[in-house]
Design a protein around this ligand. Structure first.
Ligand SMILES: Nc1ncnc2c1ncn2[C@@H]1O[C@H](COP(=O)(O)OP(=O)(O)OP(=O)(O)O)[C@@H](O)[C@H]1O
Ligand SMILES: [Zn+2]
Length: 466
């Protein structure tokens, strides 16, 4: 008998329980969906404020108080006595600009968005490539060929829709630097080239912004904070640029993916310390990370130099001077990451990859010397090429003579001389090698223009590039 006096069976009761459970599940789903919708609004004292495309942190803070959603989202920060509500509120009010959305920028951006920095700006002009993905973890395969900024911004928004993400899909140059940096409180240098480092540092000096600077190459990385509370700037430490030969890039020297990951995370950490006003930011000190030996050292570095041309006592670095300074000339290296293209040889000492292919198809007697380092040669090489790295050419010249003699013996009954071709990855070292071979009496040596990259591009599209 139910409360209405209607007879009921156990089967009726089971049916009613099932029906109520179904309704309860639907209500739970509805509550979850509403919570997700709620998180795209700013919460002011329990009254929600519509906040469509660009969430504004100020609206989520009332008299410096965190909204209930923020208390929940950042609760693990708030529970840390050294962080707490005050530092979290500082993060929410702060803006950070990350220049470069590559190996360093990827983890830095993810953590900065996740931790609730109020506004995060991203600058990059590049597009996502397949060979970026082993380390540039903010990007996914779906974004290959698309703007790194667009990709990184989407990832940041997916992690934290309450953070305002600003996209700057352009190269950072003297012409736009001041205008961009002015809008942020802290700058993170996550670029990979020397002219950008000087330019970013000078810009931060001119505008008085703290700079979190990181670098990673191969199996090593380093990190420091410049221009912070009377500390040194980049120029204090490096008044003159390094020789161009000392400036390597990941595309040439390689990099273990986790290494920029570690340094990029530490950059986010330093930015959070500066933004939140907690701890001791890494100013006047430099952290050095050696992945293979698993060593991290922190060394003291020189303080602000009174003679520094950017931040020193007699510095005349003004906004106007900054805009007119040529950082590419100063550092003798380009801002863009396009590889160097040397022109060392006359045209008669060069041959295109297509021409070379035609000659070998015709069966021309020849020797092909590949002058790349041995570990490059192991990645991929052309059949029957002889690997003599440029650095060991002098010691191994006799191998070139022996190979030519062998080839002449095999193919030419009339003992006509065999041709000598030299190849490398992109066609720079091959020219250097041919110059040397000419000097050593191998007058007919020719370089293959554009190296293996042009072979892959113009002759055999299935030949791998790296
Ligand atoms: N002046 C600049 N303005 C904007 N972005 C820059 C500037 N200089 C460098 N970058 C960006 O910084 C990022 C550095 O990333 P990273 O060092 O991982 O190398 P990469 O250039 O993406 O790859 P790889 O060196 O392997 O070809 C790149 O996305 C690059 O486009
Ligand atoms: Zn300085």
């Amino acid at each position: 008998m139910d409360s209405n006096g209607v007879a009921e069976t156990p089967a009726d009761i089971r049916r009613e329980i099932a029906s109520l459970e179904k309704a309860k599940a639907e209500i739970d789903d509805r509550i979850t969906a509403l919570r997700v919708r709620l998180s795209s609004y700013g919460s002011v004292n329990g009254n929600e404020v519509a906040n469509s495309s660009a969430p504004r942190t100020e609206e989520t803070l009332l008299n410096g108080q965190l909204s209930p959603d923020m208390i929940y989202r950042y609760s693990r920060h708030l529970l840390l006595p050294s962080v707490g509500v005050e530092a979290q509120a500082n993060l929410l009010k702060c803006s950070v600009l990350v220049i470069g959305a590559g190996g360093l920028g990827s983890p830095a951006l993810l953590y900065l968005a996740a931790c609730g920095i109020g506004r995060v700006g991203i600058v990059d002009h590049d597009v996502v490539e397949l060979n970026n993905l082993h380390r540039q973890i903010i990007h996914t395969e779906a974004y290959i060929g698309r703007s790194k900024v667009e990709s990184a911004a989407a990832a940041c928004r997916a992690i934290n829709s309450t953070v305002q993400i600003v996209e700057h899909r352009e190269a950072f140059r003297t012409s736009n630097a001041l205008e961009i940096v002015r809008k942020y409180d802290i700058v993170v240098d996550a670029t990979d080239n020397v002219p950008s480092r000087y330019m970013i540092s000078d810009c931060c000096v001119v505008l008085g912004k703290p700079l979190i600077s990181g670098a990673a190459l191969g199996l090593e990385g380093q990190l420091t904070v410049y221009n912070y509370k009377g500390g040194p700037c980049y120029r204090c430490l490096f008044p003159t640029p390094p020789p161009t030969t000392a400036c390597q890039r990941c595309a040439d020297s390689g990099v273990l993916g986790v290494v920029p990951g570690v340094i990029g995370c530490l950059q986010a950490l330093e930015a959070i310390k500066v933004a939140g006003a907690v701890g001791e930011p890494l100013s006047g000190r430099m952290l050095l990370f050696d992945a293979l030996s698993a060593r991290i050292r922190v060394v003291k570095i020189r303080g602000r130099s009174p003679q520094c041309e950017a931040c020193g006592e007699n510095s005349k670095l003004t906004e106007e001077q900054f805009c007119n300074f040529n950082y590419e000339t100063f550092t003798q290296s380009p801002l863009s990451t396009s590889p160097l293209k040397l022109h060392l040889l006359p045209s008669e000492a060069r041959i295109t990859s297509k021409e070379y292919n035609e000659r070998i198809v015709k069966g021309e007697a020849h020797v092909l010397v590949d002058v790349r380092p041995a570990h490059h040669y192991k990645i991929i090489s052309l059949p029957k090429s002889l690997n003599i790295p440029l650095a060991s050419m002098e010691a191994r010249l006799s191998e070139v003579s022996a190979a030519l003699a062998r080839e002449e013996g095999h193919k030419n009954n009339n003992s006509q001389s065999a041709s000598l071709y030299v190849i490398c990855r992109r066609g720079n070292d091959s020219q250097r090698a041919v110059q040397y071979l000419h000097k050593m009496g191998f007058a007919s040596a020719k370089d293959i223009i554009g190296g293996l990259e042009s072979w892959a591009h113009d002759v055999d599209p299935s030949f791998p590039t790296y």
